[in-house]
Design a protein around this ligand. Structure first.
Ligand code: UGA
Length: 432
């Protein structure tokens, strides 16, 4: 198949590269010339394990190309994937669809023969209807179908999630379109993964309902962890104990600093807006959003308690600042709220992150990036393990802090409280 990807962000880049890996001819396009130039030189704009190797191999075999000429790329392809971003519009908190409609207009002007238009971007219910309406001008009659094919990949696990999906969801009632998609995904659905055809609107909602459900699980266990802390119970045991019930399942029950990233926060907000549009109450998601928005306050006040409410001039080290491990993404990371609050209260912050220093903190005083763990931890009063990178899992804290008295706040529950007690380290964690 000849595939054109519009939008070479996370979803577009990974999907394009993986479709090439599956044997298709793919052209990934973007309006960002710098990004495309870099990709043409083999430089990957995001941190994602394994991606560089696949780009090199598929570019060499000429199955994968990068271009800013979106019009020509559309003309030369049979399947067009819309993979542009749908960020939250900060004024009305709805999903901002301007990039989706810009892409649609490009397609509208370049329909030289039949093309299948596929939305992979996360878009609110009925966006497919709107795209179809825009494309449906006289000269384009019978030259296209618009379908939905939401993407469920996770940052840091993107290639595996794409090539070994739990499910492929295709939203269309059109048999021709469905067959094209089934053929496209055949190499991976042969591996017993599930191919699910449904209506276009249902596919659009499946994406939001999935992310909303996972966000609910996380907020649920986070709130249960608050209760555990007060009642001397280990939340990890609760996760195991409830997760053994197959109806609940043990995944996404890790208590932590709250969900962040480019998806859950944005998608839960957009889901609330869709509900509003259809005059329906989604009280559960509403509560989840509120609960997660407030989580940083609970954690900051815990830090204050740990430091006996004396934060001024306290040296605090953050290990990891991204929203999760395996990514350099800072979007909606809990650290973006916790660190500035601590700075305001007079703390002196140092941080180390395996993906380097972060521009998000450059406007603040009293925060320094350190290029290794030792330098970051030396002489600290408190170490905050914010992100669950493997390199933070086996540290000899006494050796690296080099100070008699220090404390640890492990926001990812990486260490055993009992072992810490034995080693006489003042250790605090989440829900234990
Ligand atoms: C999420 C979904 O997991 C993907 O299925 C989806 O395709 C993607 O959003 C998207 O919509 O594009 P991602 O944002 O990459 O993927 O990250 P996750 O691994 O899901 O983690 C999201 C947040 O939840 C992180 O802040 C993580 O630390 C937190 N989390 C996750 C927990 O606090 N506890 C858990 O048990 C699991």
């Amino acid at each position: 198949m000849k595939i054109c990807i519009i939008g070479t962000g996370y979803v577009g880049l990974v999907s394009g590269i993986c479709f090439a890996e599956l044997g298709n001819n793919v052209i990934c396009t973007d309006i960002d010339k710098k990004k495309i130039d870099k990709l043409n030189r083999g430089i990957i704009p995001i941190y994602e394990p394994g991606l560089e190797e696949l780009v090199k191999r598929n570019s060499k075999q000429e199955k994968l190309k990068f271009s800013t000429d979106i019009s020509l790329s559309i003309k030369n392809s049979n399947i067009i994937f819309i993979c542009v971003g749908t960020p939250t519009n900060k004024i009305n908190m709805k999903a901002d669809l301007k990039h989706v409609f810009n892409a649609t207009n490009k397609i509208k002007n370049n329909l030289n023969k039949y093309k299948l238009i596929v939305t992979k971007s996360t878009v609110p219910v009925m966006t497919g209807d709107k795209i179809e309406k825009i494309l449906n001008i006289k000269k384009n009659k019978n030259k296209f179908d618009v379908i939905s094919n939401p993407e469920f990949l996770r940052e840091g696990e993107a290639i595996r999630d794409f090539l070994y999906p739990d499910r492929v969801v295709i939203g269309t009632s059109n048999t021709k379109a469905n067959n094209i998609m089934r053929n496209l995904y055949l190499p991976i659905i042969k591996k017993k993964n599930r191919f699910f055809q449904t209506s276009r609107r249902a596919a659009e909602l499946i994406k939001y309902a999935s992310n909303g459900f996972l966000a609910t699980k996380i907020s649920y266990i986070n709130e249960i962890s608050n209760l555990c802390e007060k009642s001397d119970i280990d939340v990890k045991e609760i996760s195991v104990g409830i997760g053994l019930d197959e109806r609940i399942g043990d995944r996404f029950l890790r208590a932590g600093p709250g969900y962040g990233g480019s998806c859950f926060p944005k998608d839960t907000r957009a889901l609330l807006n869709t509900a509003k549009k259809f005059k329906t109450e989604l009280s559960i998601i509403n509560t989840v959003v509120r609960s997660n928005d407030n989580r940083h306050k609970i954690l900051t006040s815990k830090i204050s308690n740990i430091m006996n409410n004396k934060l001024k001039n306290k040296k605090i080290t953050f290990l990891g600042v991204t929203f999760k491990a395996g990514t350099d993404d800072m979007r909606e990371s809990p650290s973006l709220k916790i660190i500035p609050t601590l700075i305001k209260k007079g703390c002196l912050i140092k941080y180390y992150d395996p993906t380097g220093s972060k521009k998000e903190f450059s406007k603040f005083k009293n925060i320094d990036y350190c290029s290794n763990i030792k330098e970051a931890c030396k002489n600290s009063d408190l170490l905050v393990i914010h992100t669950e990178w493997n390199e933070f899992k086996q540290l000899n804290f006494k050796n690296i802090v080099k100070k008699k008295k220090f404390k640890i706040y492990d926001m990812r529950n990486l260490y055993s409280p009992n072992k810490m007690k034995k080693n006489k380290i003042d250790y605090f964690c989440i829900g234990r």
